[in-house]
Design a protein around this ligand. Sequence first.
Ligand SMILES: CC(=O)N[C@H]1[C@@H](OP(=O)(O)OP(=O)(O)OC[C@H]2O[C@@H](n3ccc(=O)[nH]c3=O)[C@H](O)[C@@H]2O)O[C@H](CO)[C@@H](O)[C@@H]1O
Ligand SMILES: C=C(OP(=O)(O)O)C(=O)O
Length: 435
Amino acid sequence: MSGTFQIRGGKRLHGEITPQGAKNEALQILCAVLLTDEEVRIKNIPDIHDVNRLIEILGDFGVKVTKNGQGDFTFKADKVNFDYIKSDEFKKDGAKLRGSIMLMGPMLARYGEAYMPTPGGDKIGRRRLDTHFQGLVELGAEFNYDEEEYFYSLKAKELRGKFILLEEASVTGTANIVMAAALAKGKTRIYNAACEPYLQQLCKMLNRMGANISGIGSNLLTIEGVEHLRGTEHTMLPDMVEIGSWIGLAAMTKSEITIKNVNWSQLGVIPNTFRKLGIELEQSNDDIFIPAQENYRIQKFIDGSILTISDAPWPGFTPDLLSIILVVATQAKGSLLVHQKMFESRLFFVDKLIDMGAQIILCDPHRATVIGLNQEAPLRGTTMVSPDIRAGNALLIAALSAEGKSIIHNIEQIDRGYENIDGRLKAIGADIERI
Ligand SMILES: CC(=O)N[C@H]1[C@@H](OP(=O)(O)OP(=O)(O)OC[C@H]2O[C@@H](n3ccc(=O)[nH]c3=O)[C@H](O)[C@@H]2O)O[C@H](CO)[C@@H](O)[C@@H]1O
Ligand SMILES: C=C(OP(=O)(O)O)C(=O)O
């Protein structure tokens, strides 16, 4: 299903918005249900395309899936069907999202074999999988890649723990290796591990299932393998990318918005990064309150030079929020250099913002300079196509702040990651229709 949003911008919004459960946590946690034959109950699962596709894949693989209520499912992987995993159907299904790659570690650990088509996800530059396979091969797996079918396979009679130094702190790569190591023989140490909150959540869940993982939250994870994992219950954190997006939305539309139950302690540098753009935000219990602001001024570095905001592995700033930072800077007072270090093709959406009247120079595929308009010349509504999930939401925020009507096509890209986004925006006063 694709579709189109029609937005009439320039309206101030007001009210409370509650972030959905985290998409990228859900993708890890759902893959982990394969590690046990017992029931795993998961709550606060966002109702979004990528996550629903992964749940369907689990069902087709033979996992018993029971819906207990909104966002609340029980999974039981006591019998699975490898015919599906080797089928053409799975080659299509698995290729539709990025998160499916994390089925490989659990499949390998539990059944000694794993298969996967080249996964999908955002087309935001090269997205290599070397780190995943490096780790799984070091644990003892035999790796094969069928270049004609774009199909990966791994086989292992047994996995044996060892010291693994990752060549990069890959988020989904670390998740894959941790899940495999949890059922390997002996001790695995993963150095240069990714350590973002969603991975911490995964490790904590695995420990509740009987795994023995220490170093959680650091870049050195130690995993003492166990023979068997049990069932458990798990609740997803709120989605930090959504939280950042709503901060940006409030600033761009000069709106007073409260973001509910954000789990502030897990937001890392996100709140302060938005503050560097001059956006006021306050912690109120576990909510974020953003007052209506007529203007916001971008800070400079101490030496007076232009502020740079760049991405980095956690606890650095997540690359998934840089497009929001960029769009918000277009209406700030001052200038900003956005440096997207991780991905090569995530900044090209700036041409749409330039069409809308934003002052941006795309320096190269990784860097864009934004000269803020200080809310003196509003962006103009236009027709655009959502290129990827986060740029799509950034364009949506631009359209909500812009004068006049905007049309955004290909909103499937937005629905991939944001639950009922039009309904929730309408509830705080946005003029948005799905047409
Ligand atoms: C389903 C899911 O969870 N997707 C997220 C996950 O993707 P994913 O796990 O695919 O991303 P990785 O962490 O593997 O890497 C992201 C990119 O950064 C590069 N890289 C990574 C680590 C490093 O130290 N140096 C470096 O240059 C990689 O080569 C790659 O181009 O993490 C990304 C980075 O936070 C997020 O953008 C994605 O939304
Ligand atoms: C890039 C993202 O998603 P995926 O890794 O699923 O493509 C994202 O969530 O911003």
